[in-house]
Structure formats: structure tokens, C-alpha cells
Design a protein around this ligand. Structure first.
Ligand SMILES: NC(=O)c1ccc[n+]([C@@H]2O[C@H](COP(=O)([O-])OP(=O)(O)OC[C@H]3O[C@@H](n4cnc5c(N)ncnc54)[C@H](OP(=O)(O)O)[C@@H]3O)[C@@H](O)[C@H]2O)c1
Length: 285
């Protein structure tokens, strides 16, 4: 089985690469300078050379706030880029594994966690471009897996845990929102479940998130307690931060469909955060 990974410098891609290097699988990983998924001609040339069986798309425009002013760039990557990949995969009979987000939901559901069949209604440009990416993909091909993930953390600087550690260095007090809820999800859980799903030959749309959910404030408390840091955390409202992009209030998703289909449990968010923070502290302090 030949794998191709796009967006290879991102945090999720790094975890896939780490995993694949421990297996016998043949794989090639490309960063944005080697394959820009917005460019269909370049993509087709690369597909022709590498002939992948499975493409894992980790490429994304993921800066939620900047997307508000860089709509075109976000759209070219998260919508058109995904359509390009779908087209190339369909033409070459490759399977496409793609990642979407809980930000395709508006966070206003009051009758339980979001399930796969729930209506999507993104509040911000990033969410809209990701939602449209899903639509274009599913119109273009059949042999796909779309995994919606939330509050991802793994190796790299672009996640809440790394940012929190950076902010605490120069702040005695930190304000964190207590009215924003979702499920922190480790890249290791996502990679693990993705390969189980590939091995079972699954297709379709599934939610992958660590089990349970919390507010961003509770998440921060768990991180600092585990790390033994004394920084004072101050509960704030999302509105206090005056961020350019609106975020859903509670976009926590149910992982019931994937756990029952694969007949596996998914670790709780607290367990995964604790494991990650302990490793992070050993490595960085
Ligand atoms: N991070 C989260 O909390 C979160 C939450 C929900 C869903 N997701 C989804 O999960 C997936 C993985 O996220 P992540 O956190 O690993 O993202 P990430 O760390 O931002 O990685 C994305 C990578 O894609 C690259 N890229 C951007 N535009 C590209 C293009 N046109 N062609 C090729 N590569 C391009 C980026 O390069 P540059 O850095 O040079 O731009 C970056 O290396 C994404 O689909 C994301 O939307 C993430």
C-alpha cells in the first residue's frame, strides 16, 4: 500500500509520518512548497509520478482568525484544494482521507452532542471553507473518509497547549474563555483510529474526537495542574477577546458512530491531555 501525505509540516501530518515510519508501508510526504493542493496541474503530475493508493490530506488553511481577512487563500486550500485532490484521487482510483472540523457547526444544538447527520451551519470563514470542501469532495468521488476533528493537539507550536505554555512565560495571570466548549483531541488518537478505519475499508463521514468535552478554561486548568504550573487562570467570555472570527459556543461532537462501527473505545480527553503534557514538560523544561 502506497501512502501520500499532503501538508507534511503540520501537526497532524507529523503524527502520521511518525506512525508510518514505524510500519512497512511505503509513503511520501509533501509540504506546501512541494505540493500546493490549490494547483491541480501540479497535483496531477505528482500523482502520475508517485501513484498513491491512499492520500492523507493534512493540508489546510487553519488560521481561524486570519481567514476572516484572507478568504480567497482559505477557500483555495480548504475548498478548491480539496476538490482538486478528490478529482486526482478519482482519476487514479486512490482513496482520499480528509480532515474537517467541528467549526462546520454553529454550536447552538441544545439536544446533545453533534452527530454526523446534523445540519452544518458554520459561523466563520474558516468553517465555511471547510464545509464547502466536504461538499465538493463528496460530489466528486465515493472512496473517501472524512474525519471531523476538534481542538487538535500534537507536536508543533500551533495548538492551544503549546500556546498556553508560551503565554505563561510572560504572564502571571491568563484569561481563558469559559463559554466555549468542545473536545480536545490528540493527533495520536486521530492517527490510531484513521488506520483502524483504513484497515476495515470504511468510507463516509465520521467524527473523531477524544471522549468527553470541556470548556477551554477547564482544558487550560487540566494542562496547568498536570504541569504543576501556578499561573492564575481567570475565566473570561469569548466576547472579551474581540477575535475577528466568531466561534461556536458548544461544538462538541459525538464519537459514537466511529466507536460502534469499529467496535473500539476512544480515550477520554483528560487522559490524552495528561499524557501529552507530561511528555511536553519532560521535553521542554
Ligand atoms: N488544529 C485544530 O485545532 C483543528 C481543529 C479541527 C480541525 N482541524 C483540521 O485538521 C487538519 C489538520 O490540522 P493541523 O492542525 O495539522 O493543521 P496545520 O498544523 O496548520 O497544518 C496544515 C499544513 O498544511 C499546509 N498548507 C496550507 N495550505 C496548503 C496548500 N495550499 N497546499 C499544501 N499544503 C498547505 C500548511 O503550511 P503553512 O503552515 O506553510 O501554511 C501546514 O503545514 C486540517 O484539515 C484542519 O482543518 C484542525
Amino acid at each position: 500500500m502506497k501512502f501520500m501525505i499532503t501538508g507534511s509540516k503540520g501537526q497532524l501530518a507529523k503524527e502520521f509520518i511518525k506512525f508510518l515510519t514505524t510500519t512497512e508501508h511505503d509513503f511520501t510526504a509533501f509540504d506546501i512548497d512541494e505540493i500546493n493542493i490549490s494547483n491541480l496541474n501540479d497535483l496531477l503530475k505528482i500523482f502520475d509520478i508517485f501513484k498513491p493508493d491512499i492520500v492523507i490530506n493534512c493540508a489546510a488553511y487553519s488560521n481561524v482568525d486570519l481567514a476572516e481577512s484572507e478568504f480567497e487563500l482559505a477557500y483555495k486550500t480548504n475548498s478548491l484544494g480539496v476538490r482538486n485532490l478528490s478529482f486526482a484521487c478519482r482519476e487514479t482510483k486512490a482513496k482520499l482521507i480528509h480532515f474537517s472540523t467541528d467549526y462546520i457547526f454553529d454550536g447552538k444544538k441544545e439536544t446533545g452532542l453533534y452527530v454526523e447527520s446534523d445540519k452544518t451551519s458554520p459561523l466563520n470563514i474558516y468553517g465555511k471553507t471547510k464545509q464547502f470542501g466536504e461538499v465538493l469532495l463528496t460530489e466528486e468521488m465515493n472512496d473517501y473518509l472524512i474525519f471531523r476533528v476538534s481542538w487538535l493537539f500534537g507536536d508543533g507550536q500551533q495548538n492551544f497547549i503549546s500556546k498556553l505554555f508560551t503565554w505563561q512565560k510572560s504572564n502571571e495571570f491568563l484569561k481563558v474563555s469559559c463559554d466555549e466548549f468542545s473536545s480536545p483531541t490528540s493527533t495520536t488518537s486521530v492517527v490510531d483510529i484513521t488506520f483502524k478505519a483504513i484497515n476495515e475499508g470504511l468510507t463516509g463521514i465520521f467524527h473523531i474526537n477524544n471522549t468527553g468535552y470541556c470548556s477551554r478554561f477547564e482544558w487550560a486548568k487540566k494542562i496547568f495542574r498536570t504541569a504543576g504550573l501556578k499561573t492564575h487562570l481567570y475565566p473570561a467570555y469569548m466576547a472579551d477577546f474581540k477575535l475577528p472570527a466568531k466561534r461556536p459556543l458548544c461544538s462538541a461532537m459525538s464519537n459514537q458512530l466511529i466507536t460502534s462501527t469499529l467496535d473500539i473505545p476512544i480515550p477520554d480527553w483528560e487522559e490524552e491531555v495528561q499524557k501529552f503534557v507530561i511528555k511536553f514538560v519532560k521535553k521542554n523544561f
